[in-house]
Structure formats: structure tokens, C-alpha cells
Ligand binder design. Structure first.
Ligand SMILES: [Zn+2]
Ligand SMILES: [Zn+2]
Length: 255
């Protein structure tokens, strides 16, 4: 079921400043957390009661009072979704699962990568809990309904084997696309990380065949850095946009 005017928030969490997005249907309060990879307490406090340090940008109410005034029901987390299994995106999923009795979704091609979350984090001198195991596998191309929210699951390998872009289907405005580290404003995800299955040629093909056909006004939420749109990246992205050369680049940005 597509929704009207969803409330989409995000936090930059952890030392890699990874974007964790929180999507809420204003009618039912149904909420999904996308890439709950870090700072779980701050996230839980804010989702449950506006008590934590707030998000960096907002198109929603700023307090419980305002939420009641706008007649938005309390947020009810109905699922955790992940674009991919790098530890900055998935490392603290176990803490969220302890608090929210919901299911965690991931593409099965990232299952092996997910088992490495703790050792990958250690390379950055960080500790994360024992890696979670996904409850439900994404199916490439499916339209997934979680509560009142509907996402199209676009499998876009290249940064990781199981990387997916999640398109929130919106009735009355542009769709919102959560791309993880597949695409950035002016860049693309790294393809040189160990044990990941990164491949620039595969990444470029994923973006050009799965993302460029989407509506140009689709709002893109990358895993790091600023927001962008499909139309802007297709026109200007130096790695994969219409003007990009045919050369092969060894790496983009970010983990
Ligand atoms: Zn990342
Ligand atoms: Zn990544």
C-alpha cells in the first residue's frame, strides 16, 4: 500500500557518519528503520519519545506535542531493513532487535559479509555486538509491504554482493530511494573493500539499469553525505552519469 506524504527522518551515526533513516506513515504511525547500524540508544530514545538527541534535518514534527497536534499516532516500529551488511550499516542491529520485537530484512547475498561485522569493525578499532542473522531475505524485484509502507526492492550489486536500493512508494509526491553505499551525491560506493564482492563494472551496470529508469524527482538517501535526486545524478555523476566516460574506475567513496 503506498502512502501519502511520509515522514522521513535520518540520523548520521557512528564514526563513519552513516545515514540511518526512519520512515513513518503519518496515518498509522507504522515505522521502519533503515540501516540501524550505530548509536542505538540515541535512535531508540528519539523514535520512542523524542528524548534523544534529535535528527539533523526534519520534515516532521519536532516534539510529542506537535505530533499530537498534527494527529500523528505514536510511532510503531514494524520492521528493520538494511541496504547492505557493512558493519557501519548493520553492526548495532542486535541492540535494536532487543528493543523492538520485529523482523530484520537483508538480501541473502550479504549473509556472509554480515558474519564479518565484528572483525570489520575491529579494523576501525570499534566494537559491535555479535552479528545478527537476518530473519527475512529480500527478494530482488519484489514489492514489500511492511505495515502501511511499501518498498520496491532493487537488487543493485557492485558495492557488495547483496546490496539493495529500497524505493519507498509514495502516492502524492516523489518517491524516496534508500541506496546505502551504491550511489552518492557525485560519487559511487567503494568497490575495493575486502570480502565484499565489490566490482565497479557490476556497480555501474546496477545503477544504470535499475536506478536511472526511475523518476528523475526520486529523492536519493545515500548511506553517507548529502541527499540528491536520480535526475541530478544521472545528468552529472562523473562515475556513472550520462556524461561519464567508458573507463573503469577502481574505487568510489566511503565504506
Ligand atoms: Zn557505509
Ligand atoms: Zn558499505
Amino acid at each position: 500500500m503506498s502512502v501519502n506524504e511520509p515522514w522521513v527522518e535520518y540520523f548520521f551515526v557512528g564514526v563513519l557518519q552513516m545515514r540511518c533513516s526512519v520512515v513513518t506513515d503519518r496515518e498509522t504511525g507504522d515505522t521502519v528503520i533503515i540501516d540501524g547500524g550505530g548509536e542505538p540508544e540515541r535512535l531508540i530514545n528519539w523514535v520512542d519519545g523524542f528524548n534523544g538527541r534529535g535528527p539533523d534535518w526534519s520534515n516532521g514534527p519536532q516534539s510529542i506535542d506537535e505530533m499530537e497536534h498534527q494527529k500523528i499516532p505514536p510511532r510503531k516500529v514494524v520492521a528493520l531493513l538494511n541496504t547492505h551488511a557493512h558493519f557501519d550499516h548493520s553492526g548495532h542491529i542486535p541492540d535494536l532487535l532487543e528493543h523492538y520485537p520485529v523482523q530484520w530484512y537483508l538480501h541473502p547475498d550479504d549473509t556472509y559479509l554480515q558474519t564479518l561485522a565484528s572483525s570489520s569493525a575491529l579494523r576501525y578499532g570499534l566494537q559491535v555486538p555479535k552479528p545478527a542473522v537476518a530473519d527475512i531475505d529480500f527478494v530482488a524485484g519484489e514489492f514489500l509491504e511492511v505495515g502501511a509502507l511499501e518498498f520496491e526492492i532493487l537488487h543493485t550489486p557492485g558495492h557488495t554482493l547483496g546490496g539493495c536500493c529500497l524505493r519507498l512508494v509514495v502516492k502524492d509526491g516523489p518517491d524516496h530511494l534508500f541506496v546505502g553505499d551504491t550511489l552518492f551525491a557525485g560519487s559511487v560506493g567503494r568497490t575495493d573493500l575486502p570480502d565484499t564482492g565489490g566490482d565497479f563494472t557490476v556497480l555501474a551496470r546496477s545503477i544504470q539499469t535499475k536506478l536511472w529508469p526511475l523518476a528523475p524527482d526520486t529523492v536519493v538517501y545515500p548511506g553517507h553525505g548529502p541527499l540528491t535526486t536520480i535526475g541530478h545524478e544521472k545528468a552529472t555523476n562523473p562515475f556513472v552519469g550520462d556524461g561519464a566516460g567508458s573507463g573503469v574506475y577502481s574505487r568510489g567513496k566511503y565504506a
